[in-house]
Design a protein around this ligand. Structure first.
Ligand SMILES: Nc1ncnc2c1ncn2[C@@H]1O[C@H](COP(=O)(O)OP(=O)(O)OP(=O)(O)O)[C@@H](O)[C@H]1O
Length: 348
């Protein structure tokens, strides 16, 4: 597999202007995504995790070109997607597809399933005869387990899991290089989630497409993802190969997230870390490290006043973290620090 990234985000940020509550109050800026950088290689899966409101969907929407970044660049096969016009944009829409949590949103209830699945083939510039198009639709319906014969039915004639399979068929039919999966299984019954994860993995093996996956559930990401990015209040606070993060969580936020979701992991945490309070509003983020008010390893003054840079670990440069607990080589400075030591540390 080529090492050239299929998708590259370079310091991507997105700000929204939000009106005040009353007519007279000033407009304010909300930074939903803050300097996010990562790469996705062909055929690999990168998952973004984090609590609600941390910027996962906004990031996905920018990749899908449903939103434009306020700053930074998104490169697809080395090309800045903000420069795409007409044909280039049409090609991009064909090569980058999406599956959302609620398939109802993307399945027109008045259309037969065949027509819905064929939709991404229309207007992509790819010259297909009707027979070729039909064959593609049949194949897509077959590989997702719906079966070509069911194509004349309407979406309401299928169960939730089947509807999600139809949405996947529709995403696959144009043979995309990348599919953005926005919580694709969280709306489904627990009993069929495993089937759906297996299906997505099988399809990736068969077609070689990459996935950017948004997930709340760490169990899913552990099974699906090659890379994991942990987001907090718009920032990607930790990023690494999935197996490396599951082996060694480094950012205190990642540790808290993992300790709550996977009580037996990670090995280095040992005890359950309870995250106190809510995620602060991105409209008025805390100073310094935005996680400091909730952090069980808060070092005090440095965390409260300085935004930590992203650094990579000396023994594994693919593992990056933005936290004052680590020095510029990624070595842990004070991994032992507990919150009660914070004032002492700050005074040293
Ligand atoms: N169009 C918009 N206008 C203003 N604020 C927005 C807009 N879209 C998103 N936001 C805000 O940006 C922040 C990030 O939202 P986003 O939906 O990307 O988070 P998320 O991690 O995907 O959350 P969830 O898991 O709940 O979908 C939130 O504070 C949200 O309220």
């Amino acid at each position: 597999m080529s090492d050239e990234p299929l998708l590259k985000l370079e310091n991507v940020s997105k700000e929204f202007t939000v009106s005040g509550k009353s007519f007279l109050s000033a407009k304010r800026t909300l930074r939903a995504v803050d300097n996010v950088s990562f790469e996705v290689r062909r055929g690999e899966t990168l998952a973004l995790v984090g609590e609600s409101g941390c910027g996962k969907t906004t990031t996905a929407w920018m990749i899908l070109k449903l939103l434009d970044p306020t700053s930074g660049r998104i490169l697809f096969n080395g090309e800045d997607i903000s420069t795409l016009k007409k044909d280039g944009l049409r090609q991009y829409r064909k090569r980058v597809q999406a599956v959302f949590q609620d398939p109802w949103g993307s399945l027109d209830p008045r259309m037969r399933v065949r027509r819905i699945v064929a939709e991404p083939l229309i207007g992509t510039g790819e010259k297909l005869t009707k027979a070729q198009r039909d064959r593609r639709v049949d194949e897509a319906l077959d590989v997702v387990g719906i079966g070509a014969k069911q194509g004349n039915k309407f979406p309401h004639e299928f169960s939730g899991g089947q509807r999600q399979r139809i949405a996947i068929a529709s995403a696959l039919v144009s043979r995309p290089d990348l599919i953005v999966l926005d919580e694709p299984i969280s709306g489904l019954d627990v009993s069929i989630r495993a089937q759906m994860m297996n299906l997505l993995k099988d399809l990736q093996e068969q077609y070689g497409c990459a996935y950017v996956m948004i997930a709340h559930d760490l169990g899913t990401t552990r099974y699906m993802a090659d890379w994991l990015g942990v987001m907090y209040l718009g920032r990607c606070v930790e990023m690494a190969r999935s197996e490396d993060i599951f082996e060694q969580t480094s950012h205190p936020y990642t540790q808290a997230l993992f300790s709550a979701a996977l009580p037996s992991h990670p090995r280095d945490v040992g005890e359950t870390i309870v995250l106190s309070g809510e995620v602060p509003s991105p409209m008025s983020p805390p100073s310094g490290c935005a996680f400091h008010p909730r952090c069980h390893k808060n070092l005090g003054a440095v965390c409260e006043s300085m935004k930590p840079e992203h650094i990579s670990f000396a023994n594994n440069t693919e593992h990056t973290v933005a936290c004052h607990l680590y020095d510029e080589n990624g070595t842990a400075v004070r991994p032992d620090v507990k919150i009660r030591d914070a004032a002492d540390v700050a005074n040293k």
